[in-house]
Unconditional design. Structure first.
Ligand code: UD1
Ligand code: CA
Length: 458
């Protein structure tokens, strides 16, 4: 059966105490609302409608493109939010899954199971429920004498007896589209919060004689709703464990999985070793046999096979097979270490290529530079790429040796096989194979020190 999804993401999330809308807060680099979108997609839902409202200028860019956007202008409750998606689904006559934009841990297979159960019984709705030892804050599932679901009561409306119920509403549902919109038209706001509750649809559908079912999951963790910063950290911990378990099962070694933070789109080949405190985000990919960390953050960075990346921060960088980085290297966008190249300690590289086997071992800045193969850059050497207004390029051809403490003032080209003496400031192109020196000549006055004794002050 065709399945659409509605993702509720219009609420303010006041308990976050944030200027950012709640659903834009991130778990392992992915916004909460994106987790819901990805779960809906993985469960096969199409179309997907995201209901936005509060802070929508920040939420829309996160979801437009692969979901339709519906606006709930004032946040009058979850039923009102679902109604906001009605026009986007006009003419749709299948199942409608409703997901909360603040619940990132839902498993796609659970959504599929809910939908299968609904279809099997032709139910008006299946609600996903869980048992909690501390149910405070959640809606409670009220069952009748025969154990059938009667209604859901919100925390703030619950009597003492109802509040003692431990079976809770996860906020995930699968509805029959027609039954959903028929019932929504009848939802009122006569409750403790003066809101239109989506949860009221259950009692309304039941009164109309349609089956209303609960699907209780043993994996209550996947139902965690993020309403506070504490719950955001909890969701991060759960997702971190899930992701890291999957990588370990696929052959990745982690000294301490609790100290590895890996985003959902990162790929890691077998026999990679992650040392403590690594953060791998975005479209980062790590090749076989590489050792990453400790204390390393890689974002949208591709690491080849057999690399060592020690205490490194890299963004949009390419590190080819057998290259080494750090300790304490900083690779900025478009830094490219070719096969076997090295960016050593306290080295910053931006928009530059370091050719095969070339080394920048210590204390250097390399920017807007093309370095050929087999080049050695001496300690403390830098490319002076910026004149205060514009950036200029440096070219260092194959086999060049740059002595320590050299300033290469761009634009400048050092010809193949040339040697630049230590301490030089190079402002003109160097001919291939030449020795270039750009430094003051050393002079000496013999006996000067003895002739100028320093008298101590009394
Ligand atoms: C809701 C459920 C509760 C359930 C819990 C599970 C209702 C009335 N209550 O409570 O039974 O146990 O989720 O986490 O549905 N939203 C809108 N527009 C609104 C109001 C909310 O889009 O006008 C969105 C929020 O952004 C959020 C989701 O709906 O993503 C749930 O809203 P929230 O206020 O967090 O509901 P809970 O109090 O958690
Ligand atoms: Ca919530």
């Amino acid at each position: 059966m065709e399945t659409a999804a509605i993702i509720l993401a219009a609420g303010a999330g006041t308990r976050m105490k944030s200027k950012k809308p709640k659903v834009a807060h991130e778990v392992l680099g992915r916004p909460l609302v994106r987790w819901a979108v990805e779960a809906a997609k993985d469960a096969g839902a199409d179309p997907i409608v995201t209901v936005v409202g509060h802070g929508r200028e920040q939420v829309i860019p996160l979801v437009e493109g692969d979901t339709q956007v519906a606006v709930q202008t004032s946040q009058r409750g979850t039923a009102d939010a679902v109604l906001a998606a009605k026009d986007a689904l006009s003419g749709f006559d299948g199942a409608v899954v409703v997901l909360s934009g603040d619940s990132p841990l839902i498993r796609p297979e659970t959504i599929r199971e809910m939908c299968a159960l609904r279809e099997k019984h032709d139910a008006a709705v299946v609600v996903l429920t869980m048992e909690l030892t501390n149910p405070f804050g959640y809606g409670r599932i009220v069952r009748d004498g025969t154990g059938e679901v009667e209604r859901i009561v919100e925390q703030k409306d619950a009597t003492v007896e109802e509040a003692a119920i431990t079976e809770c509403n996860s906020g995930f549902y699968c509805f029959d589209a027609q039954a959903l919109f028929e019932a929504l038209a009848q939802v009122g706001s006569d409750n403790a919060q003066g809101e239109f509750y989506l949860t009221d649809v259950l009692a309304i559908a039941r009164a109309a004689g349609r089956p209303v079912l609960a699907y209780k999951t043993d994996d209550a963790e996947q139902c965690l709703g993020v309403n506070s910063r504490g719950q955001l950290a909890e969701a991060t911990r759960v997702m971190q464990r899930r992701i890291n378990d999957a990588h370990m099962a696929a052959g990745v070694t982690m000294w301490d999985p609790a100290c590895a933070y890996i985003g959902p789109e990162v790929t890691i080949e077998p026999d990679v070793e992650l040392l403590p405190n690594v953060i791998l985000m975005g479209a980062t990919a790590i090749g076989e046999d590489s050792v990453i960390g400790p204390n390393t953050r890689l974002t949208d960075t591709r690491v080849g096979r057999g690399c060592t990346v020690d205490e490194t921060v890299a963004t949009q960088a390419l590190i080819d097979d057998g290259a080494t980085c750090g300790p304490r290297a900083y690779l900025r966008p478009a830094a490219h270490l070719c096969e076997g190249a090295k960016a050593g300690t306290h080295v910053e590289i931006k928009k530059s290529t370091v050719g095969k086997g070339s080394k920048v071992p210590h204390l250097s800045y390399i920017g807007d530079t093309t370095i050929g193969e087999g080049v050695n850059i001496g300690a403390g050497s830098i490319t002076c790429n910026y004149d205060g207004a514009n950036k200029h390029a440096t070219v260092i051809e194959d086999g060049v040796f740059v002595g320590s403490d050299t300033m290469l003032v761009a634009p400048v080209t050092i010809g193949a096989g040339a040697l630049v003496g230590a301490g030089s400031t190079i402002t003109k192109d160097v001919t291939p194979g030449a020795l270039a020196l750009g430094r003051a000549r050393q002079s000496e006055i013999k006996g000067w020190v003895a002739a100028h004794p320093i008298e101590k002050k009394k």
